[in-house]
Design a protein. Structure first.
Length: 483
């Protein structure tokens, strides 16, 4: 046989011709059917899983170290007693801050990170830095008593508030889309400070229990009871109140957008300085005489707590007003009914809409009622995100991905409008936000409705945007969705 007859024929190499390039590349299978995938060489650190694992590992190590340090100072029994008493105010504080964040709830992963940072990382930094500073001052001044006072009044506020503010800073920098104003700053700062106070209370209550064990005191006259009353009953809001000032600074900076660079630096620093000052005044109140603590508590801490509480509630109401301001343009364009922006701007109407959707669709199957209520809740969440997206676009300019994000949110709203629209319209009438005859209850949603929404062919195509801008901002929203 000839040499050519035994050799396998080599396949032809496709010739690169510009006129056939689109035809050739168009035959490439979809990404899900690829047999060969690009290797990610040297890019592991950019993986979300890697970064999340690194953060969890660091916080876990800090937690183990702080656990060992606190147990070493309080003993095992003192640690357990302190843990049992310190955990009591935590659910109440977390519930209060979560209630404040009901309009546009932030993801739980951010809040759990903030709490863990305060309880583990910030507490570890504080206990090490405060101990070192107190020992250094005692050595330099040869006066241990004054070293404790100076450390608590001057060093501890700077160290502790700086360590807690780092959690707010990290979320502000790396979760910018989920940090849109004062409410977000207050909530993140509150969770961070709640975690820090939790660990600190374990230390103080555990030490107090050890002192009672040494002195043999029990009951209401014990040091443990006094410490519990001061730290858990009278002032559980102390640490959250300090750190919330830093959160307010970051929140106002977030409202200004990326164009105000000086404001983005100055306001968080100003909030941090105010937090340090209030913390120093609180720690130094005992040096103002026998009634100094009560004077500072009654004349300063309680009024400041009331003022910050009012500001937090006002900020939440401002978020609700944003919905009634930004969403009517979508109602004029046909995406929402005229009553929906009014209902979405009321927490009472939103809750009523969920309840009505559950009631209307619970017969004969309760699961359908729960699915309807969940669809309305998701509709409210997406509508809130849409209003906040538009507000940020008006204040900071529409980003390059504004049109795509808007289209995605409108897609989610349209999928759920058959269930959420009647419920929200009914709630707007029932709560008096829309003066008109109350509409009748709609029929239950179809059985084929699922969490993913109705079939895709019933979804109208969202308005197309050209040039990266939003046409609603130019024509006042007098458009209707295409069929």
């Amino acid at each position: 046989m000839s040499e050519g007859s035994v050799q396998h024929q080599q396949p032809a190499v496709p010739v690169l011709e510009e006129q056939r390039l689109d035809e050739f590349l168009g035959a490439v299978p979809e990404r899900g059917q690829w047999r060969y995938r690009p290797r990610r060489v040297g890019m592991v650190w950019r993986s979300k899983a890697f970064r999340a694992g690194a953060v969890i590992t660091v916080l876990a190590l800090c937690g183990l170290v702080i656990l060992a340090l606190v147990r070493q100072q309080t003993g095992t029994e003192g640690f357990l007693v302190g843990l049992g008493l310190a955990v009591l105010p935590v659910p109440l504080l977390m519930a209060a801050f979560r209630w404040l964040d009901r309009v546009e709830p932030g993801p739980w992963r951010n809040l759990l990170f903030a709490f863990s940072w305060g309880a583990c990382a910030a507490a570890l930094v504080a206990i090490l830095a405060n101990s070192f500073a107190t020992r250094w001052i005692a050595t330099a001044t040869a006066d241990p008593a004054s070293a404790d006072t100076l450390g608590a009044t001057l060093v501890a506020p700077v160290v502790e508030e700086s360590a807690k503010a780092v959690a707010v800073l990290l979320i502000f920098l790396f979760r910018r889309r989920q940090f849109g104003g004062m409410v977000d700053g207050i909530v993140v700062a509150g969770f961070t400070a709640t975690g820090f106070a939790f660990t600190e209370n374990i230390l103080y209550l555990g030490n107090a229990f050890g002192e009672d064990q040494h002195l043999g005191t029990t009951g209401l006259a014990s040091v443990t009871a006094g410490t519990f009353f001061v730290r858990v009953v009278m002032s559980p809001f102390a640490h959250p109140l300090f750190t919330v000032l830093s959160g307010i600074g970051f929140g106002i900076a977030a409202l200004g957008g990326s164009r105000h660079r000086i404001r983005r630096v100055v306001l968080p620093l100003l909030g941090l300085v105010l937090a340090m000052g209030m913390h120093a005044l609180w720690n130094g109140s005992s040096s103002f005489g026998p009634y100094g603590f009560y004077a500072v508590y009654g004349a300063f801490m309680v009024p400041c707590f009331g003022l910050v509480t009012w500001l937090a509630i006002w900020s939440r109401q401002r978020e609700l007003r944003t919905l009634s301001t930004e969403l009517p343009v979508y109602a004029a364009a046909g995406w929402l009914t005229p009553a929906e922006p009014l209902a979405l701007a009321s927490m009472r109407a939103r809750g009523m809409a969920r309840d009505m959707a559950r009631h209307w669709n619970s017969h004969p199957e309760r699961a359908r009622g729960r699915a309807a209520a969940r669809a309305v809740a998701e509709y409210e969440s997406f509508a809130t995100s849409l209003a906040m997206l538009r507000r940020r676009a008006r204040h900071d300019g529409a980003g390059p991905d504004f049109a795509l994000r808007e289209q995605e949110l409108l897609h989610h709203l349209w999928q759920r409008r058959d269930v959420a629209g009647p419920a929200l319209t009914y709630a707007a009438h029932a709560t008096g936000r829309l003066r008109a005859p109350r509409p009748p209850a709609p029929p239950p949603f179809p059985r084929q409705f699922s969490h993913g929404g109705p079939p895709q062919q019933h979804l109208p195509a969202p308005h197309r945007h050209y040039g990266g801008h939003n046409p609603y901002m130019e024509d006042g929203g007098h458009r209707t969705p295409s069929a």
